[in-house]
Write a protein that binds this ligand. Structure first.
Ligand SMILES: C[C@H](O)[C@H](O)[C@H]1CNC2=NC(N)=NC(=O)C2=N1
Length: 102
């Protein structure tokens, strides 16, 4: 399925709006590291994001070690960043705040 990549302007606004995210070195993904109170809070957050990702058919690349979750967002269908990543970053930021993440 073809997905339109973000324009330079759209990318700039994504990074301004979602300040906790940084652009990966190759410019094709954004990354955020989150820290929670404990594993329970981290995994609860991941569960909410996973259910949303499945509905949205847009899936994060991520890893979890105890209370830390590292997330990479990219769109395989366009080989870079798209509006789907902006939408996912928004959902994740809201869920992270609700779960008390740093
Ligand atoms: C067939 C299916 O809709 C696609 O492969 C979806 C699934 N999840 C996806 N997740 C991500 N991160 N990027 C994609 O391009 C993507 N495509």
């Amino acid at each position: 399925m073809s997905v339109t990549p973000l324009s330079a302007t759209e990318l700039k606004s994504l990074l301004e709006k979602h300040a906790a995210w940084h652009l990966r070195g190759d410019g094709k993904a954004i990354e955020r590291t989150l820290k929670f109170a404990d594993f329970n809070a981290a995994f609860g957050f991941m569960t909410r994001v996973a259910l949303h990702a499945d509905k949205a058919d847009h899936h994060p690349e991520w890893s979890n070690v105890y209370n830390t979750v590292e997330i990479t967002l990219t769109t395989h269908d366009c080989g870079g960043l798209s509006g789907r990543d902006a939408d996912m970053a928004q959902f994740i930021d809201t869920a992270a705040t609700a779960a008390g993440a740093d």
